[in-house]
Ligand binder design. Structure first.
Ligand SMILES: *Cc1c(COP(=O)(O)O)cnc(C)c1O
Length: 399
């Protein structure tokens, strides 16, 4: 309990502190399981799911498995009443294995193989996404079983991942797809979009919703069957080292835009990052150290090829904390364990003098971290240990 910790002075760093309870839990977990670890808090997942659900009262939330496809996450959200967004046969398998009723799922990958469609249909998932005529044609054999969403593209240079560069079509192309589907007797249920992961400004959603409303009106003007569904995708932001708007405030203009849609339109969202980012902390230990060009280099047992893969794939800047506390700080580098020179987590940061075995904690490590980790150089991925899976202990581990 006497343990304290120091916060790293990152460039644009927000204060991140660990409670005495958290520190004790981290130390006892490493004593029991060894390092590196990922500590997953199911209470955080429940809390984030309900926060978004409350902020979007008329929207059905489908958790996108992609950022953290862990069975415990699926189980926890299933119990809370969530729906799910699947994109691959592996994700279909995970949902099926955890007993997710297929009616509570949609399949949102815009580009699929016939086998992917068949796997999802065999499970019972009926809703799929298309953004071009080539993809639409793949559904001719399944026209009696499927309902499709047409994905529109809205570019977003500010997001961590601009998901409208690779996927989505223009409003005119959407109308062509909808007309063609009518001719081919394939049911188009509605429209979808993804404004980009970690979207900072809600106006991106507002603009996209307004454009979709116009497309829906044009569908009716052309004498096509009215669309019943709008899927506003994922992208809801969380605070890493840069503070973002609280979610209630973020969703106010989105709800206003949604209120302009006809009442018959059912609205869905596909949040990923927002639900899970806060739920994991990473814990790595110092394997060795050297002084190089006036800086202390600490080599950790987790790095860019492991839990910190998001530094490469996701643009995230994770708040880092050392458990050791000292007033005297030195210019330091945190590096990963592999023999590759790009395997560096943070440079030019001020740290206390660390010993081998000292622990470094990464916060906000739930989304796009272990999901994209590799075993490069045969360094094993961090083991994930789960807390608060059953709500016997309502104490919150990660605040
Ligand atoms: C990745 C992805 C999501 C989740 O996005 P977040 O930014 O993590 O909320 C949702 N839908 C689709 C189709 C995706 O590819």
């Amino acid at each position: 309990m006497a343990h304290s910790h120091s916060v790293l002075s990152f460039q644009s760093f927000t204060t991140q502190t660990l409670s005495a309870d958290e520190i004790q839990l981290i130390e006892s977990s490493v004593a029991q399981f060894g390092a590196p670890l990922l500590m997953l808090d199911c209470d955080s997942i429940r809390r984030q799911y309900h926060a978004l659900n409350d902020a979007l009262p008329n929207v059905t939330l489908h958790f996108a498995l992609k950022p953290l496809p862990h069975p415990v996450v699926v189980r926890t959200l299933l119990e809370e009443g969530a729906n799910f967004d699947l994109a691959t046969s592996g994700e279909v398998e995970l949902a099926a294995q955890e007993g997710v009723p297929a009616e509570r799922t949609i399949h949102t990958h815009p580009i699929k193989r016939d086998a992917d469609i068949r796997d999802a249909l065999a499970y019972g998932c009926r809703v799929f996404v298309v953004d071009n005529l080539n993809e639409l044609a793949k559904f001719k054999p399944y026209r009696d079983e499927v309902e499709l969403l047409v994905r529109l593209s809205f570019r977003n240079a500010e997001a961590f991942a601009d998901l409208s560069k690779k996927f989505g079509c223009s409003p005119e192309q959407a109308l062509t797809i909808i007309e063609t589907a009518q001719a081919w007797n394939i049911h188009i249920k509605g429209l979808s979009f993804h404004v980009g992961s970690q979207t900072i400004h809600p106006q991106k959603y507002v603009d996209a919703i307004r454009t979709c409303k116009e497309v829906m009106e044009q569908v009716v003007e052309r004498g096509l069957p009215a669309l019943s569904t709008l899927d506003i995708g994922g992208g809801f932001p969380v605070t890493y080292t840069r503070q973002v708007m609280p979610i209630e405030q973020f969703c106010v203009p989105i709800n206003e835009a949604l209120n302009e849609l006809p009442e018959t339109v059912q609205v869905l969202a596909e949040p990923g990052r927002f639900i899970v980012a806060q739920a994991m902390m990473s814990v790595a230990s110092v394997m060795g150290q050297a002084e190089r060009e006036g800086q202390m280099w600490y080599y950790l047992d987790d790095g860019i090829y492991g839990s910190f893969s998001g530094l490469m794939f996701d643009d995230a800047q994770y708040p880092l904390v050392t458990l050791k506390q000292d007033d005297e700080l030195f210019p330091s580098v945190l590096a990963g364990p592999t023999c590759d020179s790009i395997d560096v987590i943070a440079e030019d940061i001020m740290l206390p003098r660390l010993e081998n075995g000292d622990l470094v904690v990464g916060c906000m490590m739930g989304a796009y971290t272990s999901a994209t980790a590799t075993d490069f150089n045969f360094f094993k991925r961090a083991q994930t240990i789960v807390f608060n899976e059953h709500m016997v202990n309502s104490e919150r581990l990660i605040g």
